[in-house]
Design a protein around this ligand. Structure first.
Ligand SMILES: C[S@@+](CC[C@H](N)C(=O)[O-])C[C@H]1O[C@@H](n2cnc3c(N)ncnc32)[C@H](O)[C@@H]1O
Length: 352
């Protein structure tokens, strides 16, 4: 376990899913070895006591955590009270004399507010400048320290900005921009979430035994893991190879049936996969329940005790007791509505 200097940190979570952003963040902190304590959660704002270094690493690694900052103070969203709090703030350790700083204020909820956020940012900026006896300068374009103010309903938080997720990277890896594209490919942000839920550590292998076009493999590589893919379909595996090459990721893959995996047993810490269920991706004539059950049985032999497996499957199959609960503990499940007649479940299992 790393040495930690825990502080209150604020995370603005994506509103795209109710439970996945927080689950993803906590899984990354676990994988990266940063202890944390949940302090509160309201709307898309999550407060944790955590080492800011861990908060930064986790946000940069995440698919669904938009931003992170340290919290210097929380106050009612009232200008007089905010400016009074800034006056009494301790900036030591975050800003040095001659540093350039900026202030940005953002609203989490889109509802109308009495604030003009730019005007408030400039008032907070001059209060900070006064609190530091004018020994710092304001620079909004390239600040050494950016102070982020967050308005969440009637709460206000202020502290140094730490990180944002890599929006541009996800955009560049969208499936239509890859050389090989099939409609069943999962969106990069959600592929990233699945990889993160497997608690894979940087430098470790991430196996996807139904790798398809390589969506999960690309995300695993992007966070510094060694991606390993299997697929039963030679044309899809060739396409996956092209996709990885396009993003300069070395291809480690094999043509294989996930029910008879050609790997040394008991060697992996993390698996993330999105098996076919016969609609947009083929099961090659197999029955879905049989295919998932058999592959989970085989994967049991390849995952180390304590290792994690993140699986996506239609909710109706989960209800059929598809998970071998004598070998796996169900850690968490998250439901995603795909369309009117399909709910997909993201399930995280831990090898007993
Ligand atoms: C839902 S797709 C995976 C999509 C993938 N996550 C992506 O980003 O493209 C499922 C894949 O499983 C493959 N498949 C089907 N049966 C298989 C089996 N028995 N063993 C391994 N792969 C199989 C299919 O060829 C298909 O590419």
């Amino acid at each position: 376990m790393k040495q930690s200097k825990e502080q209150m940190c604020l995370f603005i979570l994506s509103g795209e899913h109710e439970t996945l952003p927080q689950a993803e963040l906590c899984a990354i902190l676990e994988a990266e070895g940063f202890p944390y304590k949940v302090i509160g959660h309201q709307n898309q704002v999550l407060l944790l006591e955590v080492d800011p270094k861990g908060a930064k690493i986790a946000t940069e690694r995440s698919g669904l955590v938009n931003h992170a900052s340290v919290v210097f103070f929380e106050s009612p969203a009232d200008e007089v009270q905010i400016l009074e709090m800034v006056k009494n703030c301790d900036f030591v350790g975050w800003i040095k004399s001659k540093d350039r700083f900026g202030v940005k204020i953002t609203r989490v909820q889109r509802e109308p507010t009495v604030f003009d956020v730019d005007e408030l940012a400039s008032k907070v900026g001059s209060q900070i400048w006064q609190a530091l006896n004018g020994q710092v300068t304001v620079d909004l374009t390239k600040p050494d320290v950016l102070f982020l103010g967050v308005i969440n309903g009637n709460q206000f938080f202020l502290g140094p900005y730490l990180a944002s997720r890599d929006r541009a990277g996800f955009y560049q890896r969208r499936s239509p921009l890859r050389p090989f594209f099939v409609p069943s490919a999962i969106h990069p942000k959600f592929a990233r979430v699945m990889v993160n839920l497997s608690r894979v550590k940087r430098g470790d292998i991430l196996l996807d035994p139904f790798c398809g076009t390589g969506g999960l493999l690309l995300e695993a590589a992007d966070i510094g893991c060694v991606p390993l893919g299997l697929d039963i379909d030679v044309s899809i595996l060739t396409g996956c190879q092209q996709n990885l090459k396009h993003y300069k990721v070395p291809f480690n893959g094999a043509l294989a049936d996930a029910r008879t995996i050609p790997l040394r047993s008991d060697g992996l810490n993390a698996i993330a996969t999105d098996p076919p269920y016969g609609r947009s991706s083929s099961t090659k004539g197999s029955e879905v329940v049989e295919l998932i059950q058999k592959s989970l049985d085989v994967l049991t032999n390849h995952l180390k005790k304590g290792g994690y497996l993140c699986l996506a499957l239609p909710e109706k199959y989960f209800e059929k007791e598809i998970i071998p609960t004598d070998s796996f503990t169900i850690v968490e499940t998250h439901t995603m509505r795909i369309h009117r007649s399909l709910n997909r479940l993201i399930v995280v299992l831990q090898r007993q």
